[in-house]
Design a protein around this ligand. Structure first.
Ligand code: SAM
Length: 291
């Protein structure tokens, strides 16, 4: 029995052929099979880049189960397979997750040739916080799940990256404004890496006023800023906290223990502060430190 094969997840350009890396080209030329969403689309990319492949196999939303089984068998027999999508990084709002799972199951080596993705390209030009962010992908078009996602977006404190088709951008901006308020900042990244690349920055209200009507052509990514952090009440000072605990009827010992655990006070300091915090409820005498 031959050793299991190799699956390489290969990122391809999101609009600019120059973004196909030399390593991506080398892998696509050397593997036994290139699995792609649309053989004509990937065929054009490969011929524009001067790459000859042994075999192209379509793998898309409608044949994913059957094709994954077939490719999984090839991987189990030792074949090398590259996985690409129409643009960007496979599995990011694109098919391929099942194939990766199948490859893992049969013990194939799974590697990536990282590269273009509209998600990261939009995020890094947005000017918003990049230390923490969320990827929302495409919002569901209707139904309770769409409402639920919008509720999540309304309160998420990190920027969220959304994909959208040009026909639905205006409706999505309106839905976001209704859920998050018109003051929330948004960045609209259109046609990234292409001739008519555009990055628009403003509020959802301004986006609706300036861009809500008329459809704009091309691929869009929306980067929605995070919600402001809720204002939390300042923590009470230690004396005040102990005073409240004593006022609530806790003994000196219990109040000290609570301060020790909750506020991180040293045991002796907690006990002293609890003693100083106020007179014990009637009938309670002074207690010795617990330890
Ligand atoms: N897997 C791809 C990736 O890594 O970016 C995304 C695939 S998803 C089916 C396609 C969506 O990506 C488009 O609807 C658009 O939201 C976004 N997109 C792709 N290329 C883009 C580009 N050049 N400029 C802006 N958005 C783009």
């Amino acid at each position: 029995m031959s050793a299991p094969g190799r699956l390489v997840v290969v990122a391809t350009p999101i609009g600019n052929l120059g973004d196909l890396s030399p390593r991506a080209a080398a892998v696509l030329a050397e593997v036994d099979v290139v699995a792609c969403e649309d053989t004509r689309h990937t065929g054009r990319l490969l011929s524009a880049a001067g790459i000859r492949t042994r075999r192209l196999a379509s793998l898309h939303a409608h044949n994913e189960a059957a094709r994954t089984a077939e490719l999984g068998n090839l991987l189990a027999q030792g074949a090398s397979v590259a996985l690409v999508s129409d643009a960007g990084t496979p599995l990011v709002s694109d098919p391929g997750a099942r194939l990766v799972q199948a490859a893992v199951r049969v013990g194939a080596v799974v590697t990536a040739v990282p590269g273009p993705s509209a998600l990261l390209a939009a995020l890094v030009v947005s000017g918003l916080d990049t230390a923490h962010f969320r990827f929302e992908g495409f919002l569901p078009r209707t139904g309770p799940e769409r409402r639920r996602r919008l509720e999540v977006l309304a309160v998420a404190e990190e920027p969220s990256v959304l994909y959208e088709s040009p026909r639905r951008v205006a409706a999505t901006l309106a839905a976001l404004a209704a859920a998050c308020g018109t003051d929330r900042r948004v960045v609209i990244a259109r046609e990234l890496t292409k001739l008519h690349e555009e990055v628009w920055r403003g509020t959802l209200g301004a986006a609706l006023a300036e861009r809500g009507e008329g459809e704009r052509r091309g691929e869009h990514v929306l980067v929605l800023d995070g919600a402001p952090a809720p204002k939390s009440a300042p923590l009470p000072g230690i004396e005040e906290a102990l005073g409240r605990l004593r006022g609530a009827g806790l003994s000196v010992r219990d109040a000290a223990l609570a301060a020790e655990v909750l506020l991180g006070l040293a045991h002796r300091d907690a006990y002293r502060s609890a003693l100083a915090a106020g007179s014990p409820p009637s009938g309670e005498g002074p207690e010795p430190p617990v330890r």
